[in-house]
Design a protein around this ligand. Sequence first.
Ligand SMILES: *Cc1c(COP(=O)(O)O)cnc(C)c1O
Length: 233
Amino acid sequence: MNEFGKHWEKVQERIQAACRRANRDPREIGVVAVTKYSDVEDTARLLDLGLTHVGENKVQDAVPKWKVLGDRGTWHFIGHMQRNKVKEIIGRFQYLHSLDRLSLAQEIDRRVRQKEAEPLSCFLQVNVSGEESKFGISPKELEEFAKEVANYSTIEVAGLMTMAPIVENPEEVRPIFRELKRLQKQLQRLDQPRLRVPHLSMGMSQDFDIAIEEGATWVRLGSVLVGGGKRGR
Ligand SMILES: *Cc1c(COP(=O)(O)O)cnc(C)c1O
């Protein structure tokens, strides 16, 4: 087995262990293989392992990879999205994990219509930690924002996404994940057909075990799959 294969096996074991602790079914957990540290060849190697969901955070890196490997997977855009780049992902990427403002929703709507593309599945990014450096809607504004987004038939609200702060001990970020779960339930109580918010995209290499214990249904994993030494953005 190659190096990525070994990493992937360990990740699967950790997902199963976290699910056992939380009494969850591992089939509920989707893995987005974050390929921002990987070139086309390494991205292909990850796909060879049977990982089918690919995550990229920069349009200029994502599109060339998509052109080679696009039909081999399902593509997730996980980084901050600029309005003028939306047209690049519509019709190529199925998921956007970082919908955080109405002007972006408007542009998605415009481009999906223009290309007669399928609705884009979007996670509403929430800045739970309140760090100024982080993108995302504040928890207080979330409900109103979600209701507005639900009005666009070109956008499917897949769920909520958050990025936890980088900390020494991952236990410190457990409350952040728990809060995202609480916000999901709050939206679900509105009982609106276009606001089912079924998914939670939370957990990265440093903290995915804890995110799973707190209800993640998508984890976004980069360095833990491709090797710790390849960090850097
Ligand atoms: C880079 C990145 C990840 C993955 O980070 P790792 O720590 O390498 O697992 C997840 N989500 C987003 C939004 C990212 O930019």
